[in-house]
Write a protein that binds this ligand. Structure first.
Ligand SMILES: Cc1cc2nc3c(=O)[nH]c(=O)nc-3n(C[C@H](O)[C@H](O)[C@H](O)COP(=O)(O)OP(=O)(O)OC[C@H]3O[C@@H](n4cnc5c(N)ncnc54)[C@H](O)[C@@H]3O)c2cc1C
Ligand code: FES
Ligand code: FES
Length: 471
């Protein structure tokens, strides 16, 4: 399915965004990475009158380290935060949770604030935020307010955010002395939303007894849950305590059953995961204070160049210019046109494949400014001014590059439907991982579905392409 028509406006300041939210109220929807919103638009689960694209607001990518609290702007991309070693050292629970959040190809576009605002009860970032007792900053014409994460989420995809409010920053409490963290989840497939996810924060006294204990759960009820477990203060953090804690927390929850898992199965997972994350947290307690200040060096805001502040009507064909495979090309598209359709139907790049149109199969993956992203989850208008590489541009003329040759040698394709998307992801992946492990390749491939090959040949081809010629 394709989205219904909507107006589109790209803004570059918070003031512009909140003025538009005040003007359009319920009719307006904020667009960040579009990784969740894109799928909902495509399936017509939402039909906004106007999309306000906030990726051009540089102020929303600011990061401020105040020692006990790290404040991160909402449009910081998940992939950029995940590779910031100082940020991960400041909030170690995030470092443990990030590998479970979707796939490389969704984290490369999904933002921090988008995940919090979306409020999926199984999502990892909201779970980490409630476990750590963090907070969310919201801004509207009425001013700025800060809401505790534990009061922010009100139900499935529901929060206390008013329609005229913009999330601007997320406050993450940083690691304190003698604290440890644990995170784990069970999902059907790596990168899927969790059936149950659990997080734990433990703080010990100087003599090694529990001083503070917080456990968070995702996927269990209609919102992420946090328990402050005063009854375990003063206890020794050993295996017996882990079991007692797991039994205790299991008794506090009332899971819901759905197509993925029954309520009873979820309850059993709560016991298993709470025991596990507590042991992880107790074993990871750090006895030295955190050093240094977090600075995320990269410019994290959007590079697209569509004129800011101009509302483009739902049926207006806007001019779009992209650097496609090394050549500047121009076309036009209504705001609702997907980048995948624009590349195929306007620009003739039939190597871009369209499968599911909700971000799961990976067939439509292309390189946007060198980064593997789903072209079915973004609109062509968002890509104006960017540089796009499709399978047609991976090697000159009719030649094949080393990766494509390796795919041929290892019989890494049969029908070839999934191959252009996988090549795009593998190109990005090999640039950042020159000597990857097989596990890392499989992790990257979890963002793609191939119905023919069984993956073995694909994994071998990517490993082979990464190997120096002399080996
Ligand atoms: C295949 C696949 C697997 C995934 N797996 C996981 C997973 O395992 N775990 C997980 O947590 N997520 C997962 N996701 C979702 C992904 O993490 C999204 O990136 C994230 O949920 C939304 O971020 P976004 O920036 O794309 O937000 P968008 O999609 O742009 O927005 C999401 C919602 O938040 C609102 N919004 C965004 N920013 C603001 C703001 N500043 N102020 C007010 N409202 C705002 C939007 O209006 C929209 O309603 C998956 C997605 C896909 C496609
Ligand atoms: S992920 Fe885009 S078509 Fe399936
Ligand atoms: S080769 Fe046919 S879907 Fe992958």
């Amino acid at each position: 399915m394709k989205p219904a028509a909507f107006d589109y406006v790209r803004v570059t300041s918070i003031d512009e965004a909140i003025a538009l939210l005040a003007k359009h109220g319920d009719e307006a929807t904020v667009l960040a990475g579009g990784v969740s919103l894109g799928a909902m638009l495509n399936m017509r689960l939402v039909r906004p009158g106007i999309l306000i694209d906030i990726k051009g607001i540089e102020a929303l990518s600011a990061v401020h380290d105040a020692g006990t609290q790290l404040t991160i702007g909402v449009i910081v991309r998940q992939a950029d935060l995940m590779v910031s070693a100082p940020a991960m050292a400041a909030v170690p629970l995030l470092a443990k949770a990030f590998p479970h959040i979707g796939h490389m190809q969704t984290r490369s576009r999904g933002t921090l604030g988008g995940s919090i605002a979306h409020a999926d009860p199984s999502a990892e970032l909201p779970l980490c935020l409630v476990t750590l007792d963090g907070a969310i900053e919201l801004q509207s014409r009425a001013g700025i307010r800060t809401v505790k994460a534990r009061e922010f989420f009100t139900g499935v995809l529901s929060t206390v955010r008013r329609p005229d409010e913009l999330l601007t920053a997320i406050h993450w409490p940083t690691r304190s002395l003698r604290s440890g963290f644990g995170f784990d989840e069970i999902a059907q497939r790596h990168g899927d939303f969790a059936i149950v996810a659990a997080a734990c924060h433990v703080k010990l006294t100087e003599s090694g007894l529990i001083n503070q204990l917080d456990v968070g759960l995702g996927g269990v009820e209609d919102r992420p849950l946090a328990f402050i477990l005063h009854e375990f203060i003063g206890a020794k953090p050993d295996a017996a305590l882990a079991r007692a804690l797991a039994d205790h927390v299991m008794g506090l929850v009332a899971p819901t059953g759905d197509v993925k898992a029954s309520a009873a199965y979820r309850k059993a997972l709560v016991r298993l995961l709470v025991e596990r994350v507590f042991q992880q947290a107790a074993a990871s307690v750090e006895h030295a204070a955190r050093e240094g200040v977090v600075v995320i060096p990269k410019a994290l805001h959007d590079t697209a160049s569509k004129a800011a502040g101009e509302v483009i009507g739902g049926h207006t064909k806007a001019a779009i210019s992209v650097d496609l495979n090394g050549r500047t090309v121009r076309g036009s598209a209504e705001p609702r046109m997907l980048l995948s359709d624009f590349l195929r139907h306007e620009l003739g790049c039939y190597g871009v494949r369209v499968g599911c149109e909700h971000g799961v199969c990976g067939a439509c993956t292309v390189l946007v400014d060198g980064v593997a992203q789903r072209s079915c989850l973004q609109r062509a208008i968002e890509a104006d001014g960017t540089s796009i590489t499709t399978v047609e541009g991976l090697s000159p003329g009719n030649t094949m590059n080393a990766l494509q040759e390796a795919f041929r040698r290892h019989h890494a394709l049969q029908c070839g439907f999934c191959t252009p998307g996988i090549l795009a992801s593998a190109t990005h992946f090999l640039r950042d991982n020159s000597q990857p492990t097989e596990d890392a390749v499989r992790d990257m491939l979890s963002g793609h579905i191939c119905r023919c090959t069984g993956y073995h040949g694909i994994v071998q081809a990517i490993l082979d392409a990464a190997r120096p010629v002399s080996q």
